[in-house]
Design a protein around this ligand. Structure first.
Ligand SMILES: [Zn+2]
Length: 206
């Protein structure tokens, strides 16, 4: 792997950008993996143990002959590219859950619902942090394939009346709280008829 570095000339103090080539290798008789500068160095033996390097992400290599050391500074963006030599990405695994093409929703107690589609197979959390209240939003896979509520059109005025009565009992329309029961249900009922005639749907549990 070739990366950019900055070399400081030991005699003139002049800095210039150089390209160094680094490999990941083992040395006979030594443990572990090492990074080694194979091009762009001077002595040809500038090396660093991978484990030290990965912990520090710093590399000041001294290159040159005795009493004449050039300094080689490897900037962070180059260090990151060097570190990448240790890793590879798994493209597909039998460990991955088959989810491609599915839809999942995360529902929070605050009412926030977020729908996720799956572009790939993989593993996803059962709980995510709600982006509205910071609480926990739970995965609701089963509700996607098997809804718990249905939007529908009631079949008669009588049914609308029953729905209005249930809404009153549930305290859904608190703006009527100071009226008597029959008047309140009547008001809710007429609102529901208007809603219905404007194409509005009603929700019920499955
Ligand atoms: Zn929430």
């Amino acid at each position: 792997m070739k990366v950019k570095a900055i070399r400081t000339n030991c005699r003139t103090g002049v800095e210039r950008e150089v390209e160094i080539e680094i490999i990941r290798r083992k040395y006979p008789g030594l443990d572990g993996w090492w990074y080694s500068i194979v091009k762009g160095g001077v002595t040809g033996f500038e090396s660093c143990r991978c484990e030290f390097f990965d912990r520090d992400m710093r590399w000041w290599a001294c290159i040159g002959a005795k009493d004449r050391w050039d300094k080689l500074f490897v900037p962070p963006e180059s260090l990151l590219r060097i570190k990448m030599m240790n890793y590879s990405l798994v493209t597909e695994s039998e460990e991955f859950t088959e989810k491609k093409g599915m839809i999942n929703i995360y529902a929070c107690g605050c009412g926030r619902v977020v729908v996720y589609g799956y572009e790939d197979n993989g593993v996803t959390p059962n709980i995510i942090i709600c982006d509205q209240c910071g609480g926990e939003a739970f995965s609701q896979f089963e509700q996607v394939t098997q809804p718990s509520r249905i939007w529908y059109r009631p079949s008669s005025l009588e049914e609308l009346e029953k729905i209005a009565e249930a809404a009153w009992a549930a305290g859904a329309d608190t703006i009527y709280c100071n009226e008597d029961k029959a008047k309140m249900i009547g008001s809710i009922f007429s609102n529901y008829v208007e809603h219905y005639n404007n194409g509005g749907l009603f929700a019920r549990m499955v």
